[in-house]
Unconditional design. Structure first.
Lengths: 372, 203
């Protein structure tokens, strides 16, 4: 089902103007699609990926050879039924799976951008997605859906391109990072930059790879995606292939071994500079500050049907932060629904097999589709 | 609790709500009442419901519903968000009924509230003769497992409204299925009605 495409959007004459003031054009966007766009172009669902996600949402990943990250949710006869809906999932700009980002060649120098790549924002990512949607001639997306950073992109769509969004599903997300969110991202960035192989971001040119820094970054982030309960249940204090502690710094505990594995396998599929850029974009995202402290102002022009979802054990984007968004939608009198899914799986829940969560999405989408 | 005569109550509630009103059903369950009012009165409806399984049923019907608790989440709605709010047979299960009623008349112009009447003669007789907390088809929980925290009589409800900033605009005679203006407490209503239903607003 994989059908990765890469499209050039904009041009050097008509570039994408970024929030930082710089321009890039044309920009490349790598994306996958599933299902068929109907004649009236009214059945399109834009799926927005999270920090380390990519366009392989429902098809095999070319590097890991694993099923797409939301293949449980999206496909023929699944909750997001691709016999009915046309699903588009682009890789964000700043990413590393084919869209314009720090890992791509700078046309001005003929070498990888590295840190010469301009700092991009969630707003810039959405502007690029909008160009992609325009290229299909779609004037109204039936739905925009995403979790975590994907949820930020959904909120940005609702705020900046309200007339393009008929329904929206922001999941386990926030309108602005808390100090704790920023702190965790900074920890990850410092881990990358502390790796001597990072070479001030020029590792591609110098033929090195900051695998240690990037894997430590992933280990730290991975802890934040789980919950204390799930870590306890999965690993407890169990030892890894041994009966007693060995008075060394090898991975005595299963949880250590698990995290190291998560870190090592991550570096095969992700770029260190992309990690810096995308975490920065998330930290900068602040719909409230952008609108003089008012989320009501941020969303005042939307009349989309909205479903918000959070997870009880998510401490990265807890229910309380999702409720702030709902409060703004309520104040605007929007058609907003909300569920808090009970689970021990932490922030990662939105990527896992949570049948109640999937049914909620299916019910919402199918009933909302009838209102088109 | 089967005290709720669905057909009767849906139809009388529908009579009180003008077409195209914006309403919220607090404790909306599976969205049946909202669905009925959307179809019959073309209302713009929202639900608040504590039970997630029921929220899913609402969504599948195309009804917007928020998972939340009347005791906690009504404060998130601005003043006069709705034309009407509806609270059917839920008041007795709230932790702070007075606060909930005050929130209802704050977030909406008018509120329709119904509740089981503990002044009903059968309930009085049951306690008098059996000496035990009444359990019936209508109030089917044993005292130790009931979700109901704050039972009241029609008298109690009227007294509470009088003591607070709440005006009773109409009363519903559920036996005769008519909406009547409210003047005073009537002892026979408190004695002969299995449940009470009132239309209230902020004084």
């Amino acid at each position: 089902m994989s059908n990765n495409k890469i499209i050039d959007l904009g041009s050097s004459e008509d570039p994408l103007v970024l929030d930082c003031g710089k321009s890039i054009g044309p920009i490349k966007t790598a994306f996958t699609t599933y299902g068929e766009l109907n004649e009236t172009k009214s059945n399109a669902i834009l799926v927005c990926h999270a920090l380390t996600g990519d366009q392989y949402v429902a098809s095999e990943h070319p590097i890991t050879k694993k099923d797409g990250w939301w293949s449980l949710l999206i496909g023929p006869e699944k909750s997001i039924d691709t016999n009915k809906y046309f699903v588009i999932c682009p890789n964000v700009i700043g990413g590393c799976m084919g869209s314009t980002g720090p890992n791509e060649i700078n046309p001005k120098t003929g070498k990888e951008y590295g840190l010469d790549f301009p700092v991009v924002t969630i707003g810039d990512m959405v502007k690029a997605q909008k160009l992609l949607i325009d290229s299909f001639g779609i004037e109204k997306l039936f739905s925009v859906i995403g979790g975590s950073m994907g949820g930020m992109l959904v909120l940005e769509w609702l705020s900046k391109f309200p007339s393009y969004v008929f329904s929206a599903i922001p999941i386990a997300t926030t309108t602005n990072h808390s100090a704790q969110n920023i702190a965790l991202n900074e920890l990850a960035r410092q881990a990358i930059m502390a790796d001597p192989e990072w070479k001030s971001g020029n590792y591609n040119i110098e033929n090195t790879k900051p695998v240690k820094g990037l894997s430590v970054a992933r280990m730290a982030a991975h802890i934040s995606y789980l919950s204390e309960q799930s870590l306890h249940e999965k690993f407890g204090r169990n030892l890894q292939n041994k009966n007693k502690i060995e008075f060394s710094f090898d991975a005595d505990f299963q949880v250590e071994s698990y995290l190291r594995h998560q870190g090592f396998k991550f570096v095969d599929r992700f770029d260190a500079n992309s990690y810096l850029y995308i975490t920065r974009a998330m930290d900068y995202f602040d719909l409230k500050a952008e609108n003089n402290g008012s989320l009501i102002e941020a969303f005042k022009n939307t009349n989309a049907h909205i479903l918000c979802a959070s997870f009880t054990s998510d401490w990265l984007y807890p229910t309380s932060e999702n409720k702030v968004i709902i409060k703004a939608f309520n104040a605007l009198g929007l058609n907003v629904s909300f569920v808090e899914i009970e689970t021990d799986n932490g922030h990662d829940s939105f990527l896992l097999d949570e049948p109640e969560f999937f049914q909620t999405i299916k019910g919402f989408l199918d009933a909302t589709y009838k209102k088109l | 609790m089967s005290l709720f005569n669905t057909d009767r109550d849906f139809s009388i509630i529908s009579k009180m709500i003008p077409s195209r009103s914006k309403i919220i059903d607090v404790g909306c369950g599976d969205g049946s009442l909202l669905d009925y009012l959307i179809k019959k009165k073309n209302v713009d409806g929202r639900g608040l419901e504590i039970d997630q399984d029921k929220i899913r049923e609402c969504l599948a019907k195309g009804i917007s519903a928020i998972q939340g608790d009347a005791d906690i989440d009504l404060i998130d709605y601005p003043d006069k968000s709705f034309d009407y709010s509806i609270l059917t047979y839920t008041l007795q299960a709230t932790k702070r009924p007075k606060k909930v009623l005050e929130e209802l008349v704050r977030i909406s112009n008018k509120a329709i509230v119904s509740f089981p009447n503990f002044g009903y003669w059968k309930i009085r007789m049951s306690l008098l003769l059996n000496g035990k907390m009444p359990v019936s088809n209508e109030l089917s929980y044993s005292w130790h497992e009931t979700p109901n925290l704050h039972f009241c009589t029609i008298y109690d409800f009227i007294d509470l409204c009088e003591a607070t900033d709440i005006k009773i605009e109409k009363k519903v005679n559920l036996k005769k299925n008519v909406i009547q203006s409210f003047n005073n407490k009537e002892w026979f209503e408190n004695f002969f009605s299995g449940s009470g239903m009132f239309l209230i607003s902020k004084k």
